[in-house]
Structures are given as C-alpha cells and as structure tokens.
Design a protein around this ligand. Structure first.
Ligand code: FAD
Length: 459
C-alpha cells in the first residue's frame, strides 16, 4: 500500500535521525522554512527521570539563546560559572577557576548552563515540534538508500526525502552507509560512569559542596590516583550529576544501558567524607570510552543527499565538554546554509560546504577533549604533580596560563560564532561554486513532493 502526500511550495524535505543533534538540526531547519521529519527508534522521546547531566558551554548556549531558548534553559537548568578542584587525599581545594562576566561577554555573551540530558532533549524536542518538525518516535531505521534518498523502517515503511541527515550517533546506520563499513572503536583505557544524586541526598553531604558563599560554583572536581570525580547541580530543584572518569575495566557499556554500577564499590578506600558522598549517588551507567575516529567523509560518496552530523560524523569521548556544543553548532550551520536554498541542485554544494566549515573546528575541539580526559585520569607521578602545581596557582594568579582553563579557551572555543562562519563560507565559497555552475541570479522556486510508503514486509 502506498500513499502519496503532496506538498506545495517547499524548498526541501529532510529526514533526520535523531538524538540531540537530530532535534537541533530539525529546529534549525524549520526556522528557515524547511519541512523536516525526525525518525527516532526510542519509543518515547521524553523519557522519565532526570537522566545524566550535561554541561553546556558558552559557545553552545549562545546558539540556544539565538534560537530564543534562554527562558527554557533558565527554567530547566542552572547557570553557574566556577570550578573547584580538589585532591582526594588532601584537605582544602587545590584551586578555583571562575569564568568572569567580562570574559564571557567578550567571547560573545554565551553562559555556562548545567542541565540534565532528559531536560535538554525535552527542550529541543518541544522547540522543534513547536516550530513544525514532525518527530516520529518508535521508528527504527533498518536500511538507508542514499541514491534513492530513502530509509526503510523496521515496520517496512519506506520514507523518502530530498536530504537524509544522519544524526544517529557513532554506531548508527547512516555513518556505516557513508563510511562503507560498520564502526568498530578502539578502547582508550578510560571508562565514564554516569550517576546522579537527588537534591535530598545532596543535602546529606552538603559539606562537600561548600557553603552559600560558593553559590556561584558549578562544578566540584576530585582528582584521585588515575581517576577523577566530577559533580555539579543540574536543575533548579538541586539534583546533581556525577561523572566518574576511571580506568577501563574491559566491560562494554553505552549511554542507553540501564544504570548498574555501584560507585562505592568502584572507589574503595576513599577518605571518609568522599566515601559518604559517593554512597549517596545513584547506580551509574557505564559508558566505555572508545575511539571511533572522525569520519573522513561526511557526505555519501555517490549521492550528496546523505549527510552525517553530530556524533555520527565526529564522535567525542563520553563526558567531553564540547560534545553537545558541537551538535548545536552543526545544527546552526546547517540552518544557515540551507537558508540560502532556492533550488534542489544546490543541495550538494551545501552539504559539502557543511563538512568544509565544521571539520577543522570539530578536530580542534576533539584534540582538547582527548587531552582533558588524559589530564583527568593521571596516575601519581611527575605529570600529575605538574597538573596539581598548576591548579594551585589558580588561587594566586588569575592571569596564569592554565592551558585548558586559561583565557585561550574562551578565545578559541567560546568566542567562535558558528553562524557567522556558515554565512562567511556561503558568501565566499558557496556563491563562487554557484557561479561556476552558472547559477547565480537564476533562483528557482521548486515544488517537491514527499512520499511516505507503507511497505509490505517487515524487516
Ligand atoms: C540514551 C542516551 C543518553 C545520553 N545521556 C547523556 C548524558 O546523560 N550526558 C551526556 O553528556 N551525554 C549523554 N548522551 C550522549 C549525548 O547525547 C551525545 O554525546 C551528544 O551530545 C549528541 O550526540 P548525537 O545526537 O549526535 O548522537 P546520540 O546522542 O548518540 O543520538 C543518536 C540518536 O539516534 C537514535 N538512533 C540510532 N540508530 C537509530 C536507528 N537505526 N533508527 C532510529 N534512530 C536511531 C538513537 O536512539 C539516539 O537517539 C546520551 C546519549 C544517549 C543516546
């Protein structure tokens, strides 16, 4: 049985496989007038419970604010801006770093926000659907045909679009189709354990979180021998997120697993205060830190109608600061490029431009994240001593060059304006390529139709 849904006066139609990247891309494309269908295998997009925590960097919140989502961020997350570094075997903090207002303003006005993954997904889902995206849960994609621009669902239904945007993560079918092989990662030697602590339980260990004078402090970091525990408030109710970066125990695990790991069992022989702290944590989800490598090509070799974005294109280590930020930047750049779409045959130029714009930026952010994960998990020795010595200087000299936490981070990472970069690319390279195709000044309004077919077989 096949049904045809005619649509008039649309510029393009995209299928987006979802996650944070997919929902953000759907929102960004809807904002510039494109019809978007989002296909998600989860039965429910908005899962119950707080989920794990996400740290939203200023370059990311800048994008969300530009989309008008600041009130939502304020309602669902918390805005704070200091990090306190501790050692598990020392009293008193090693150092404290604050991102001052003037620094944040100079780097484009973004802010640090902390939020649960569930709330972030919910925020993007609501914004995307309010903007008119058609988000379809319980749709597992089992096959992708880049040339026919079709995806087949587990139900047998075939969905056709002008562009397929694969935002289905590092092990997704879209990445596999673009790369031409299934993704196999290499263990990095580190595993992330992702837990939460209810506001009620946080109250029992409040001495670990400083007093009211520490209300600006977002993140508490405890460095152990080869591991590091991170904790931060992730909603106005006061629930906390916990990330433990520890040695790989050889067991697999992904974000979608049920929480199963006891942090107190993992961290034996802790000093009493920290032991009491982790006893109050929920069971953790184990996410093994694999190196999946950045995809060499983000656009399918024989059809420029399949593009991968987000973790599918540039996987980051789990628990990295810039992962979600790169997803939002991807989405914003996609929206900027597709805002110029006037005819169907411009699509190839735009999806290739997308990789041109995003690849170097993501590589640079990824290098820093890999380094950060190494710094978190240093074992006792000269490198660990050098790290701690540097952090001690934080209290003494605000201008001291701290590498990751220095002024360079705001300048390089936060100040970047992804939409400006997208527009600049379009004005310099995109239009040049258009001219080469003798297309400038000849905009076409296209009318396309979308086919949604219910297949006869289930896969
Ligand atoms: C369940 C889950 C929970 C997470 N929790 C946290 C957290 O607490 N903190 C944190 O920092 N990061 C978390 N992450 C990771 C975070 O979302 C990503 O690192 C990143 O921010 C966004 O990546 P992405 O959207 O590109 O890919 P992903 O987050 O990997 O999303 C991919 C999406 O594609 C869907 N999908 C995959 N294959 C198919 C298919 N064949 N058909 C249809 N749909 C498909 C998946 O269900 C998923 O929703 C989580 C990811 C997942 C999937």
């Amino acid at each position: 049985m096949a049904s045809k849904v005619p649509t008039d006066d649309i510029n393009a139609f995209s299928n987006v496989l979802t996650g944070l990247s997919g929902l953000a891309a759907a929102l960004s494309l809807r904002r510039v007038g494109h019809n978007v269908t989002v296909l998600e295998r989860d039965v429910e997009i908005l899962k119950g419970g707080p989920g794990g925590g996400c740290r939203l960097t200023p370059n990311m919140t800048k994008v969300l604010m530009h989309w008008g989502l600041k009130p939502e961020l304020q309602a669902r997350g918390v805005r704070k801006r200091s990090v306190v570094f501790n050692k598990t075997d020392e009293d008193g903090a090693l150092g404290k770093h604050t991102y001052h207002d003037e620094v944040l303003l100079e780097s484009g006005g973004g802010e640090w926000f902390f939020i649960s993954h569930t709330e972030l997904r919910g925020l993007l889902y609501t914004a995307a659907t309010n903007a008119g995206a058609n988000v379809r849960p319980n749709c597992t994609v089992t096959a992708v045909d880049a040339v026919a621009r079709q995806v087949t669902l587990a139900s047998g239904e075939v969905v056709t679009g002008d562009v397929i945007i694969g935002a289905d993560g590092p092990k997704g079918i879209c990445r596999e189709t673009v790369v031409g092989a299934p993704t196999t990662g290499t263990p990095t030697g580190t595993t992330l354990y992702n837990a939460t602590m209810s506001a009620e339980d946080v109250a029992k260990v409040s001495e670990m979180m400083g007093g009211p004078e520490e209300s600006e402090v977002a993140v508490y970091v405890w460095y152990g021998d080869g591991w590091c525990l991170y904790s931060y408030q992730m909603n106005p109710q006061g629930d906390h997120a916990l990330h433990l970066y520890g040695p790989d125990d050889g067991q697999d695990g992904t974000w979608s697993d049920e929480p199963s790991v006891s942090l107190p069992k993992l961290l034996e022989n802790l000093e009493p205060k920290l032991a009491k702290f982790v006893e109050n944590a929920s069971l953790a989800v184990r996410v093994r830190m694999m190196d999946y490598g950045m995809a060499e090509d983000w656009v399918h070799e024989t059809s420029d109608r399949l593009l991968i974005i987000g973790e599918a294109a540039h996987p980051f280590p789990p628990g990295a600061l810039q992962t979600a930020a790169m997803s939002m930047e991807d989405a914003a750049v996609l929206g900027k490029l597709f805002s110029h779409l006037k005819s169907e045959d411009q699509i190839g130029n735009m999806v290739c431009g997308f990789q041109d714009i995003r690849e170097e930026r993501c590589k640079m952010a990824l290098e820093r994240e890999v380094y950060r994960a190494q710094v978190f998990t240093l074992k006792k020795g000269p490198e660990q001593e050098a790290r701690d010595k540097t952090l001690r200087l934080l209290n003494k000299d605000k201008g001291f060059d701290l590498g990751l936490y220095s002024l360079e981070e705001p300048r390089v990472l936060f100040a970047y304006d992804c939409e400006d970069q997208g527009e600049e690319w379009w004005q310099s390279w995109g239009l040049l390529r258009e001219r080469a195709h003798n297309r400038r000044g000849n905009p076409l309004k296209v009318t396309m139709h979308v086919e949604v077919q219910a297949g006869s077989t289930s896969v």
